[in-house]
Design a protein. Sequence first.
Length: 611
Amino acid sequence: MKKIYLLAIAAGFTLSSCEDFLDSENYTEANTGNFPAVAKDLNKEVAALYGVMNQFSTDPLQSPWFVNYIMSDDANGAGGTGDVECHAIGHLMVNKESIFDNAWHNTYVGIARASAIIYSVDAFDWTGNTATRNQLLGEAYFMRGLFYMWGSQFWGNIPAYWAAAAPDPCPQADAETVIWPHIIADFVSAKNLMQHGATTRGDGHATKAAAEGMLGRAYMFYEGFYKKAGELAKANLEALTLPEQEGVYGALTKDSVVNALSDAIENGGYKLVKDFRLLWQYTNPLSAPDYFYVRDLAEDGDFWAGNGNEEEMFQVQFMNAGSWNGNIGMGFTNMTSLYCGLRCDDDGQGHINGDKGSLPFGQGWGQGTINANLWDEWSDTDPRKRATILDAQAELTGFVFTTSCSEDAGYYNKKWMPVTAAESSFDDFNKNYTWWGVYRSKNTDTGAPNDNSFQGDHYTDIMLLRLADVMLMHSELTGTADQMNVVRDRANLKPTTYSWQNIKDERRFELAGEGLRFNDLRRWSGKNGGETCEAAVALEKQNGTRVNYTGRWTTMHHAASSWAKRYAETDGFLQIPPSQISITNDENILKQNAGWGGSVADANMSGTPAY
């Protein structure tokens, strides 16, 4: 079992210009004028770069993985009747102007830190240490590509620069012709600069194989969404001319992306965990023996594969340092897990979720519940269904619909939920409520983060990329079923043949609840798809699905118009923070995305939907 830790040093770097516009700030006395001073300082700078993901984690409702998850057709915003923010995101709306301020801020902090490394790396003598230099540089390119990818998937045309500092002013760049070729180039540079085995698996650093996998993800989104290529395996894709930078050698073709994915699969040092259930923390040794669903694994001595496991290629890591105070604060604990827990409060008769009757799943905010359509459309013959979705009414003797619940069909995301153990302190959430809290109390002398196990004892990685995803990308690009069938075989499913629908279904079910579905739908639909495109139609199916609202059954409806209309109006892009637009007050520098702004009547949610 992996120890509870994370290398994440809070060093920071300010942009030398355009600071207010890009909402960046200096976090320490170190800055681009005096740091890095020596080559070893770059290690701290790289650690600070990864730490930006923990800044995103401070508020899951501004993190790429959780926002994209809630916006998809497979999840409801849910939470309580007063949780307007998660409902707004789930309905493709906003409840306040500042809803995505921190997401914007963190995106540009990450970009600035990555660029600081890229443009300072050769200020030092790397004689005899070229491999180290290339690895550090490759990681910086990887992270810059990742932050720009997250930012552009969120907001489309965003301010963009590829230099040591931003120009002043720093206008929006065209996503299709400028930003995405640079994103793809960054992942190409990363994969070509790094070498397999240069870092220890699971240490939190990007690897060559992870760069190859993210290259596939970026390339497929670009070709599907912006180029409207449709079925990529059959599309005649032109070679993509990339910006010139270190590690980029000529134009990028589909074959070269396929080769990169093949290399990640064959030479990256990763492999599928032998049982799909072992990927998720409910199979840990403190919980599994008492959970009927995985008791067979426990009896055979098979337990959770752990953080940094052999299938996990890139992740957000956490450590025992969460606090409501400080710059990163609760970002050092997996707040997504807390948000996805069984809805807190009671049923009006004193019965609550998350005690012994709910073992091994813990209480939380009840946000991001699974939409009933995913449960209904997923065959019971696929063992991944119950490995992914908790049917709380059927599995838990103590589950109740609370007096404050909303958009709760009784289906929860097992991949992200908090997990408890028989030894948990159900009568005192401050001690060792989660299984991680029990483990911490048994193996360390440290107390619960923020003196609250319920809120702070969550350390499971957020997996951003795993091998199964890379294998499915390979099948989708090549139009072959070989890699897809390896993934299916792990789940004891019969082999299938390649078709576009089959690979779409496979991605939906294998990767359900991991925050990838929404952008898959977008790339399968293409830009400006309108109300009849695949994404809009899928999202609209949420209308009429069964949900529990404050203890009674009813059906969902859109809060203002329809999911299809909101998707068509926005193309899946978020509202650019109005605070950023007001800084310049010049549409030639930064203008609001379509489907947002004061004139769009169905964009703003003043209160949670009443069902």
